[in-house]
Design a binder for this molecule. Structure first.
Ligand SMILES: NC(=O)c1ccc[n+]([C@@H]2O[C@H](COP(=O)([O-])OP(=O)(O)OC[C@H]3O[C@@H](n4cnc5c(N)ncnc54)[C@H](OP(=O)(O)O)[C@@H]3O)[C@@H](O)[C@H]2O)c1
Length: 296
């Protein structure tokens, strides 16, 4: 199977590329820079031309603008990245019967409780990011051979996972959200499961995340325990006053994905263990590169 990955240089796209290759599938990565194929997905003609040129059996769309502030500042620009390309990909899928996986978000649920939202839960679109991601879902689901995957990820290379590891290790000030709930999953586990879902017959909408819901604060405390760090210096706060406004009850019910995959999805404990393990591997790689440079 020949698979085109859009957003192949990002936190998730990098791991999806690796997972596809590990499974022996032919993976072609695209982004605006740094990938084998160059594309700006906001240019619909360029995206269409890329689809024709690669002639893939499947497309996994990981390209996005995940910066909530930047989406809020210019919702039309955010829509051109997060929303509109899904329309082109859905049209491609309908014409060619190609498989189309749209990566979506959990950022759709409000409230102040760690509730598990299943695939039928009512969504609330509280900011531009949510609006543009939901627009993409609506377009993706028009293609019969598409699967929209709602997720929440962390990894040691960038974003929340990197920040948490650095702050804990450096004993830096941390003011943690006690009322912002997610089912964050390690990006490596997420990518492996995405490839399993790609080769499955599953279509429609599916939640893919940790089977545990935790507040950002609980997540950091679990991570600290895994790192053998006593996080006695951290403080807690509310995420209710953030701008742009956040959806705060983002827990996902993953029972459908567990049935389709035929296994349990990772727990909170599994997730922080994977994050620490990935971080140790990054450090080892960097150290061994420095050692090589020094000895050369
Ligand atoms: N990170 C999270 O915590 C999180 C949580 C829930 C859901 N998600 C979803 O997971 C998916 C992947 O997110 P991520 O964290 O991997 O994002 P990321 O690290 O910011 O990566 C985004 C990717 O998209 C590419 N991209 C951005 N604008 C583009 C454009 N105009 N044309 C072509 N490529 C473009 C980027 O490369 P270039 O900039 O070089 O083009 C990069 O490869 C997204 O659908 C996101 O909504 C993420």
């Amino acid at each position: 199977m020949k698979v085109l990955v859009l957003g192949a240089t990002g936190l998730l796209g990098t791991e999806v590329m690796a997972a596809l290759k590990e499974r022996g599938l032919r993976a072609y990565g695209a982004a605006r820079s740094g990938a084998d194929l160059k594309v700006d997905v906001t240019n619909q003609m360029a995206l269409f031309r890329l689809l024709c040129r690669v002639d893939a059996d499947a497309v996994i769309n990981c390209a996005a603008n995940v910066n909530l502030g930047s989406c809020e500042a210019d919702i039309e620009a955010a829509y051109r990245v997060n929303g509109a390309p899904a329309g082109v990909l859905a049209a491609w899928s309908r014409q060619t019967e190609g498989r189309f996986l749209q990566i979506s978000t959990d950022h759709f649920f409000t409230g102040d409780l760690p509730l598990p939202h299943d695939e039928h839960a009512m969504v609330s679109l509280v900011n531009a990011y949510a609006v543009t991601k939901f627009a993409a879902e609506s377009m993706a689901r028009k293609a019969e051979n598409s699967l929209t995957i709602r997720t929440n990820i962390c990894g040691a290379k960038k974003g929340f996972g990197r920040w948490a590891l650095d702050c804990l290790r450096g004993h830096k000030p941390m003011n943690l959200f006690a009322d912002y709930f997610t089912s964050t999953m390690h990006v490596g586990d997420c990518a492996a499961a995405i490839v399993e879902l790609l080769v499955s017959e599953e279509t429609g909408l599916i939640n893919l995340a940790s089977r545990d819901i935790s507040s950002k604060s609980d997540f950091i405390r679990a991570l600290a325990a895994e790192m053998n760090i006593d996080p006695s210096w951290v403080t807690e706060t509310t995420a209710r006053d953030l701008t742009p406004i956040r959806a705060l009850s983002c827990g996902l019910d993953v029972s459908k994905a567990e049935t389709v995959l035929g296994r349990k999805l990772p727990s909170l404990q599994d997730t922080v263990r994977s994050l620490v393990h990935e971080d140790a591997q990054c450090v080892t790689t960097t150290n061994s590169k420095s050692a090589t440079a020094l000895s050369a």
